[in-house]
Ligand binder design. Structure first.
Ligand code: HEM
Length: 343
């Protein structure tokens, strides 16, 4: 694949945009004209060529700029990357999974040579090259999880499994939708999901946890989640609420198309081989309404999803402030026709 990496920003002047190809491959998260929480988990198997599902870790045109934004966040706030001491083996598992996947799937960009525990990694787009000893963190410039996730799009958490529960004992979060790694680290599955409305009562988290505790090595799974964001900002963390919160009051009927973004998270989960931990990747894709409505089927469905969204979900997702104006803006694309199945 001949990806041209764009030079763009996710802050200040917000020069981020999607190419026509990126708009086409955007992972649209709704399979019907309404949205409710569900245990929407499916095997993370290779999808069609060119789709975001083609490879386990999707590297797209935003890669270099994404990684630059992550480095800026970490420089300002090192608490965005944390790992409790017992997670070191899981960190190495993570490094191995990501390096072997990237080198196999994108050989023009990444290469990995392994001679026993002596590894040689090259990342051409970011101009990184390191020889290190697998298992010896002193031979890398950062701890293994931080080293490799500074080179892989998406936020990540590592969960330790014990006492029939999952514990968020490590992670890196520089592009999250209003949750805090610093707050959640050390919590279990039910604790970190506590703020989510309606899903607990519907048994979603009981079923999801049961499923994940039995997740097998070599059989990763995935799901989509979504929210909306004003401006193409990756870092919408509670830590930086003062920077992005006020943006939500700036939406007008004239600027909806440019400012309001659908933000979809492709989340994947892997059982790791040595540590028995679970790696959770949260890969965020952004698309502005002007780009989304270039596909009438998506525009129509987006309108209907917002029209029928339970108010508790809109409140939790933090979109109430500009909800009505966005719905009204989208209404002109809803011709009342049924949306084709599986468009
Ligand atoms: C939200 C983490 C697996 C469903 C969240 C939040 C976090 C999180 C940090 C934000 C909570 C907040 O508001 O502070 C994780 C991790 C997982 C995991 C680390 C695996 C190790 C799952 C699974 C499901 C799920 C398997 C499947 C049902 C949800 C839902 C929300 C949520 C529905 C609310 C999202 C929204 O409306 O924007 N998760 N999660 N999670 N999670 Fe998970």
């Amino acid at each position: 694949m001949n990806t041209i990496f764009k030079d763009e920003t996710f802050r200040d002047d917000f020069t981020f945009s999607n190419s026509p190809a990126a708009i086409k491959r955007f992972p649209f998260p709704y399979w019907e004209d309404k949205y409710r929480y569900s245990v929407n988990i499916e095997p993370h198997v290779p999808g069609p060529k060119g789709s975001v599902y083609e490879f386990p870790f999707d590297v797209d045109e935003h890669y270099v700029s994404d990684m630059r934004d992550r480095a800026l966040v970490l420089k300002e706030d090192p608490t965005r990357c944390q790992a409790l001491p017992h997670m070191m083996l899981a960190q190495w598992d993570t490094l191995e999974l990501i390096m072997t996947s990237l080198a196999r799937d994108y050989p023009e960009h990444f290469s990995l040579e392994r001679n026993g525990d002596d590894w040689h990694w090259i990342n051409r787009p970011l101009r990184i090259e390191n020889k290190f000893r697998f298992g010896d963190a002193s031979t890398l410039p950062y701890e293994p999880m931080e080293y490799i996730t500074r080179q892989c799009q998406g936020d990540f958490t590592l969960s330790d499994q014990r006492d029939n529960n999952l514990w968020m004992d490590a992670g890196i979060a520089t592009a999250q939708a209003d949750w805090s790694l610093d707050f959640d680290v050390g919590m279990n599955f039910m604790e970190w999901h506590a703020p989510v409305p309606l899903a607990h009562e519907a048994g979603v988290f009981d079923r999801a946890l049961k499923f994940l505790l039995a997740l097998q090595y070599g059989k990763p799974v995935r799901r989509l989640n979504w929210t909306m964001t004003i401006n193409p900002r990756l870092d919408t963390s509670p830590e930086n609420y003062h920077k992005w919160g006020p943006d939500r009051a700036t939406v007008t009927p004239e600027n909806v198309g440019d400012k309001v973004h659908l933000r979809v998270e492709l989340q994947a989960l892997w059982r790791l081989p040595r540590s028995n931990a679970i790696l959770f990747s949260i890969r965020a894709y952004l698309i502005k309404m002007d780009e989304l409505v270039t596909d009438l089927n998506k525009a129509r469905r987006m309108h209907r999803v917002l029209q029928t969204l339970p108010p508790e979900l809109a409140e939790y997702k933090g979109i109430t402030r500009y909800f009505d104006v966005t719905k009204e803006w989208l209404a002109k694309y809803d011709d009342g026709k049924p949306t084709p199945v599986g468009f």
